[in-house]
Design a protein around this ligand. Structure first.
Ligand code: FAD
Length: 285
């Protein structure tokens, strides 16, 4: 099933997970998948760590499990900066043979330890290639507070439009804690002539280590109200869980009330996170 076909018919709820590390057993993810899939999400996306070959890639293995064992639609994340056309062909050949139809096409972050190749410089190059070479539904990433490498917002939206023109049918956003950034992103998409569904990515903050990682990695800004809550509860694990989940739930309800096409939840492989959000919106979505 192609994810893009869902939009217009319903408001989607989807989860993001990451595969077990290379040296951990694949079956470690089973208990998590079992609970997540019982919540009947519209799809589950599986992140992709660059640097491996198609045959040893855990993302594909987990996506296969989601589809074959739990009968939920998977979306496979695929980065391109460190892969050649032939390597991407190998990934997509396996995806097709497993009946996986949906790819979140990404450039990937620059990493000095992983050499870059020349075939794909931007996510739009990968998107165009996937659309030309296979019958995939291609999704793309977008950034409510702009991508950290962008010089300005005008350039950011010009490149986003290129990605959509290349074939991205759904956009999923980077996490954010102030919904005004997302509403502005939707507005700017309309101005730029981008008319595909734009799905907000929500990450509940439930532990202190996660907060520090987020500040350094994605540059999302923390509104005063959010910062106050985090500061107050960060040293008490259970209290921070309650506070972080309530904040995320209020974001989700505000977005749904604003008419968003779906919610994509960064679950961090924690079914309790997904469970709390599902419970909170069970009569809404
Ligand atoms: P692009 O769309 O290529 O954009 C990157 C930068 O280049 C932007 O500043 C853009 O404006 C600029 N740009 C784009 N096109 C052009 C052009 N033609 N000329 C000049 N500049 C241009 N990373 C992983 O490694 N694995 C994952 O599984 C993963 N999942 C993600 C899921 C989501 C929903 C999001 C939002 C991000 C994810 N990332 C993942 C992170 C992502 O790989 C990084 O943010 C990366 O730095 C950019 O990827 P992109 O696909 O947005 O790149």
């Amino acid at each position: 099933m192609k994810i893009a076909d869902l939009y217009g018919r319903k408001t989607t709820l989807s989860f993001e997970i990451f595969p077990p590390k290379k040296d951990a057993e694949l079956k470690n993810i089973d208990a998590t998948l079992e609970i997540l899939c019982e919540m009947k999400p519209d799809f589950i996306s599986v992140t992709f760590g660059a640097g491996g070959s198609a045959n040893c890639n855990r993302t594909i293995e987990v996506a296969k499990k989601i589809k074959q064992k739990y009968h939920v639609e998977p979306v496979v994340h695929l980065t391109c900066l460190s892969y050649s056309r032939e390597e991407i062909d190998e990934f997509t050949r396996i995806l097709k043979s497993e009946g996986i139809d949906n790819i979140l096409a990404l450039r990937g972050d620059r990493n000095p330890d992983i050499p870059e190749k020349d075939d794909f410089r931007h996510a739009s190059d990968l998107t165009a290639y996937l659309k030309k070479t296979g019958d995939f539904c291609v999704l793309g990433a977008c950034y409510p507070e702009c991508h950290p490498e962008s010089e300005n917002r005008v350039g950011e939206f010009r490149h986003l439009k290129q990605k959509v023109d290349a074939g991205a049918e759904v956009l999923i956003s980077q996490l954010f804690f102030d919904n005004q950034y997302f509403f502005r992103l939707e507005e700017d998409c309309r101005i730029a002539g981008i008319d595909v569904p734009v799905i907000p990515g929500i990450m509940p903050v439930i532990n202190g280590a996660q907060i520090k990682r987020m500040i350094t990695m994605c540059g999302a800004s923390f509104p005063d109200r959010f910062e106050k809550i985090i500061r107050k509860y960060e040293s008490r694990k259970e209290a921070l869980f309650d506070a972080g989940m309530s904040y995320a739930l209020s974001q989700v309800i505000d977005l749904l009330a604003g008419g968003t096409s779906g919610i994509h939840l960064y679950t961090m492989n924690n079914p309790a996170v997904a469970g709390r959000i599902c419970e909170g919106i069970k009569n809404i979505i």
